[in-house]
Design a protein around this ligand. Structure first.
Ligand SMILES: [Zn+2]
Length: 623
């Protein structure tokens, strides 16, 4: 049995290497963005035909090397440069490729996968972004895919209402996030088994702190969409909670505003979900599964008279664009615009939450305000741009994004009023599944797809879901017991959100069962999710508290980082020793550390007592 300090020294080394690699990747990404942006032809078009902007975009995309596409969109392996043929693990989220079977030909700029067949950069991007492969080349999809690829390179085709299009280089923000880089095993790198030789060392460590989980097998009845979806995606390595929240979000997209919960102000079934976790937990994969399900089963079609499909908008850059996309051009029988608009079910998809905040920070940008109103389910939303005043009527929208734990801290530490916006999000965290237990290599979403189409059809005519009297009483009672007592300790706006989000959950659980009433059973099921949700809001709450004493917290964090780097054991006492001049007692240090652990910003490990006895201690490391 090796002693604890050696273990943590090893881990620290690995952590340091991992962070250096991440840093290098980040810099590379910045360089790449600049490099590729240079190829964008400066082209301004105001003619009605869409083609020139799109052609310019196509020209640009031809220049993206296949290996670059692989690394950017869901690459599973490192790519060594300079080879004609590069063999790596397949990036298709539905192909669990343990032994590399995906070969890229860098001269022809194409790939071939032993299992999935051949393709080009578009296929790689389409898998990653949840477009159907094959099938994405159908006209409407293909354009959406190209738009999304363009956005990844900081470009955008702007559509005016008159139909003219302009391709322009969006300002590349210095905070453009790093793409999620998977770790070698798809699980937290600290717990990667390294073969028998290291088994003992790993046995010394406690598993990572298990936060609240969602026991979906007890919550979701058989023969429902959610059950079928969760069973289908159980074969991948993503935390189940990611899929759970995305499943509920998908249900909301299927019904839109047509199904509401009867309240003084009717509750809409939309959700904002932020998948949260370190790199390699499968955030992008979980997200693309849901996007694919929606695109395959309830697609938005431009030529529908009334649009009831899910319209997916990637990387919205302003409130104005969101408002514009919330309106569907109603066409007449000849396919000509009638000049009238019908509401759209919009899904806003952004790679990194910080991006929304950054864009909103630019002068005159109404993105955050528009998204807040969209979440709250207002009857109308106006973009407050002076030049181009637009109003969306009866809008419906959900949002998906992801973030790394580290970024959450940065978001909240900005002296900007983000808290009111951030507490509309559910921060979904969870423990990745163990790959060893997975035997199937493909995900089959056929059954879940059929069930969500059924629900989509159910909602063709709008209806509202009411409470059974007993259920109503049960929820009011739970509210008084569970939520009200917390009123003294937290910001009251969070309580209101918690109340609203729980009602959304009851509504969605009822929709899933195709019930027309919130039953006692549904309230019980919803209450099983409550502790998880509370923890999610706890992240927000603690972060807000953290900003108030931010400097001390920052100091503590920097101290842990520094000691980690030096390979020293970080105990509460060691931190206190460094922070003595500013933090009054070790108890305060411990409280700060505990908060960080709960926010998953650092991890704690129990270090056993040494050979000479003494008490076991707790050591901390940056997540
Ligand atoms: Zn494959």
């Amino acid at each position: 049995m090796s002693d604890g300090s050696q273990v943590s020294h090893k881990l620290l080394q690995r952590l340091a290497e991992k962070r250096a690699a991440e840093e290098a990747a980040k810099q590379q990404e910045q360089q790449d963005l600049t490099k590729w942006a240079e190829f964008v032809p400066d082209i301004e078009i105001d003619s009605p035909g869409l083609s020139r902007a799109e052609i310019a975009l196509d020209e640009f995309m031809k220049l993206i090397p296949i290996t670059e596409a692989y690394q950017r969109w869901g690459g599973q392996s490192a790519v060594s440069p300079g080879k004609k043929e590069v063999k790596v693990r397949c990036p298709n989220p539905q192909h669990t490729d343990k032994d590399p079977s995906f070969v890229m030909n860098t001269e022809k700029n194409v790939f071939n996968c032993f299992k999935c067949g051949g393709g080009d950069i578009y296929d790689i991007a389409a898998w990653h972004k949840g477009f159907p492969v094959p099938g994405y080349k159908d006209q409407a999809y293909f354009r959406d895919l190209k738009d999304s690829i363009a956005a990844d390179y900081g470009m955008q085709i702007d559509r005016s209402l008159g139909g003219s299009e302009t391709l322009y280089k969006a300002e590349v923000s210095p905070e453009t996030p790093v793409q999620e880089k998977p770790s070698q095993s798809g699980t937290n790198v600290l717990y990667t088994p390294e073969g028998a030789g290291h088994a003992e060392e790993n046995a010394d460590l406690d598993p990572p702190r298990h936060h609240e989980s969602i026991d979906w097998r007890h919550i979701l009845p058989q023969n429902t969409f959610m059950r079928a979806y969760m069973e289908a995606v159980a074969t991948d390595t993503c935390p189940e909670e990611y899929h759970f929240w995305l499943g509920l979000l998908g249900l909301g997209m299927a019904v839109g505003r047509n199904v509401t919960l009867k309240e003084r102000s009717p509750v809409k079934p939309n959700l904002y979900v932020c998948l949260t976790g370190p790199s390699g937990t499968g955030k992008s994969r979980a997200k693309s599964n849901m996007l694919k399900l929606l695109r395959d089963n309830i697609p938005y079609k431009k030529d529908d008279y009334i649009a009831t499909g899910a319209r997916i908008l990637a990387d919205a850059s302003s409130g104005e664009i969101v408002v514009r996309m919330l309106q569907h051009d109603m066409l007449d029988v000849n396919g000509k615009p009638t000049g009238q608009y019908s509401p759209v079910r919009l899904l806003l998809e952004t790679e990194e939450l910080a991006d929304i905040i950054t864009k909103s920070g630019r002068q005159g940008n109404s993105l955050k305000g528009v998204m807040s109103r969209l979440y709250d389910g207002h009857e109308t939303i106006e973009s407050n741009s002076m030049a181009n005043a637009l109003t969306a009527i009866m809008p419906f929208g959900s949002a998906i994004t992801t973030t790394q734990n580290k970024s959450i801290r940065d978001l909240f530490s900005k002296k900007d009023d983000n808290s009111g916006f951030l507490n509309r999000w559910i921060f979904a965290t969870g423990v990745p599944k163990n790959q060893l237990h997975i035997d199937r290599t493909t995900l089959d979403l056929t059954r879940a797809g059929g069930l969500i189409r059924l629900i989509h059809n159910d909602a063709e005519n709008s209806y509202s879901i009411d409470w059974e009297q007993l259920a109503d009483e049960m929820w009011k009672d739970a509210f008084d017991k569970e939520i009200v007592p917390r009123k003294n300790s937290v910001d009251t706006s969070i309580l209101e959100r918690l109340d609203l989000t729980m009602k959304k959950i009851f509504l969605l659980l009822a929709i899933n069962k195709r019930d027309k009433l919130i039953t006692v059973e549904t309230v019980k099921e919803g209450m099983l999710i409550f502790p998880y949700l509370l923890e999610s809001y706890g992240i927000v709450e603690q972060q807000i508290a953290a900003t108030e004493i931010g400097d001390d917290q920052d100091f503590v964090l920097r101290t842990i980082e520094r000691l980690n780097k030096q390979g020293k054991s970080v105990t509460a006492n060691a931190v206190y020793k460094a922070a003595k001049h500013r933090i009054p007692d070790v108890g305060t240090v411990k409280k700060i550390l505990q908060n960080f652990v709960e926010m998953h910003m650092i991890q704690d490990f129990k270090k056993p007592a040494g050979p000479s006895g003494g008490r076991p201690t707790t050591v901390y490391m940056i997540s």
